[in-house]
Design a protein. Structure first.
Lengths: 48, 454
């Protein structure tokens, strides 16, 4: 059995000139906390 | 045996070898000829590409199910009556085991599939009468703590992450780069499930009534029981949607393009505990209220908000030894469900690699709704050994049912006779479950249902 989730999430905004192009942390957007093949349990964080 | 293996002389007879090669060649030829006929919608019925849809007497031709393309293992599997096997498997596992066989039997099963017996809520394994009950076991409270981050997407079940990422161009990448479209997985956009307005209506019932009446004006209305009974065998009472809690009205069902839309499974509202529902409603309302984006209900429904969004996906595979109940990954509102009565192929990682569009072939229940960032969908996909999908707040749902399959086939034939496309699913909306949110609210971590054997 399998569960497929498809959802809308924040994409993050384009960086301003002051932030620089490498500073992703200030831009928001969706971030995954998992890897392919990883074992997960109910309630664990997949992304935020 | 050792002596026989070592001393028996192998003699290759030419005729069986040639016959075997000829068989494999013919099989491969047949495979290459039929492969080109498959479409993205492989779980549906073959259309008019086989010639006229009527025979010489003007009767509609019986349509054939398309066989999926793939290696010989998939070809063999596609010839098997998988749903019948799944039902037999379920009935077999519902047979009560002898009392003294239960503990060693479950221990053996747990040893083979890696079950952690320390987490099981029921301490005495004798109390599981059969494997089906053991398979659908519950866990001790507190053994699955929820992540404290309120913005996190939680794992809905115990399992393995098969795939995740962002959807570009409407396609989900399966394992090894095989893709399938979101529409094939979830069904196409349905006007009735779209967000009613830019704001959550204070009385969603009135919005629903107006839409329903408008549909009556310009759609073919099939009045009452027998038509929807073709899909689920159950007729639904319209809730207190029209005028009050005591109103019991049969709602005429509209038929659009061969799709049978079921409005308002409100008996579920009566089944739910009022207090727990009120708690869920309050929490989900507070969560959704933080973002006006949550009022949208379909992923393609515009993006006028200041913050850009993207469409993400995540696939979690549950192995046979895992805890087989699933939970809500976020706080969200389920607005509707679509039941696709497809096949029941195995969803093992091997078949996910070799069978393109596996998730769009199998029987599945698509729950559609919204969360604070907009659209949210949750799709439990059945498999051969676990064909029965249970959704706790939808007691009318029957999966892996012979009756449902027969009625879905009949609905497809009826749609073909009337010249309408058949979308392949039966739909129910939950708008009456919560008058405030226009759907069924679910808290993060709340148990939603599960997979049962067979």
């Amino acid at each position: 059995s399998t569960i497929v989730m498809v959802f809308e999430g924040p994409k993050g905004r384009r960086p301003t000139f002051d932030e620089g192009f490498m500073d992703q942390g200030r831009r928001g957007g969706w971030k995954w906390c998992i890897e392919k093949g990883m074992q997960v349990k109910v309630g664990e964080k997949l992304g935020y | 045996l050792r002596t026989a293996l070592g001393q028996t002389r192998t003699v290759w007879r030419p005729i069986p070898v040639v016959a075997g090669i000829a068989f494999l060649g013919a099989f491969q030829l047949y495979h290459t000829q039929t492969r080109g006929k498959a479409t993205d919608d492989e779980w549906t019925y073959r259309d008019s590409e086989d010639g006229p849809s009527e025979d010489e007497l003007g009767r509609p031709k019986k349509r054939k199910r398309i066989r999926p393309s793939g290696p010989w293992t998939v070809q063999i599997m596609s010839t098997l009556p998988l749903k019948a096997l799944s039902r037999i498997w379920g009935k077999f596992n519902s047979i009560d085991l002898p009392y003294y066989m239960r503990v060693p039997g479950f221990k053996l099963y747990g040893w083979v599939f890696g079950v952690n017996f320390n987490e099981i809520e029921e301490p005495d394994l004798h109390n599981f009468r059969n494997l089906a009950e053991f398979f659908y076991r519950t866990l001790k409270p507190g053994v699955r703590p929820l992540d404290p981050n309120p913005n996190a997407l939680l794992s809905p079940a115990d399992g393995k992450v098969v795939q995740f990422g962002v959807i570009e161009g409407g396609d989900i990448e399966q394992v090894k780069g095989v893709t399938y479209s979101v529409d094939a997985l979830l069904g196409e956009k349905h006007v009735d499930t779209a967000a009613p307005s830019s704001n959550i209506p204070s009385n969603p019932g009135s919005a629903q009534i107006s839409k329903s009446r408008r549909r009556e004006g310009d759609q073919e209305i099939i009045s009452a029981e027998e038509e929807f009974a073709q899909v689920n065998g159950i007729s639904y009472d319209l809730p207190s949607l029209f005028s009050g809690a005591s109103a019991k009205k049969r709602k005429p069902r509209s038929r659009e393009g061969g799709k049978l839309a079921v409005e308002d499974v409100n008996e579920l509202a009566e089944d739910q505990s009022t207090q727990s529902r009120a708690t869920s409603e309050a929490e989900v309302t507070a969560d959704l209220a933080r973002s006006p984006r949550a009022q949208k209900s379909w992923w393609s429904s515009g993006n006028e908000s200041e913050e850009p969004t993207a469409l993400y996906y995540c696939v979690v595979y549950l192995a046979p030894g895992d805890y087989h109940r699933f939970h809500s990954p976020v706080s969200w509102v389920v607005e509707s469900r679509r039941h696709f009565a497809g096949e029941l192929y195995s969803v093992s990682p091997y078949l996910q690699r070799t069978l393109p569009g596996l998730f769009t072939l199998n029987e599945r229940v698509v729950l559609l709704g919204r969360w604070k960032y907009g659209f949210f969908s949750y799709t439990p996909v059945g498999a051969t050994n676990v064909g029965s999908i249970v959704v706790n707040f939808d007691r009318e749902l029957r999966t892996n049912s012979l009756l449902t399959d027969t009625r879905a086939d009949r609905a497809a034939e009826n749609a073909a006779e009337s010249g309408e496309p058949y979308s392949g699913y039966a739909e129910a909306t939950y708008t009456a479950a919560s008058r405030v949110l226009g759907g069924h609210p679910l808290q993060r971590g709340e148990e939603m249902g599960g997979f049962q054997l067979g």
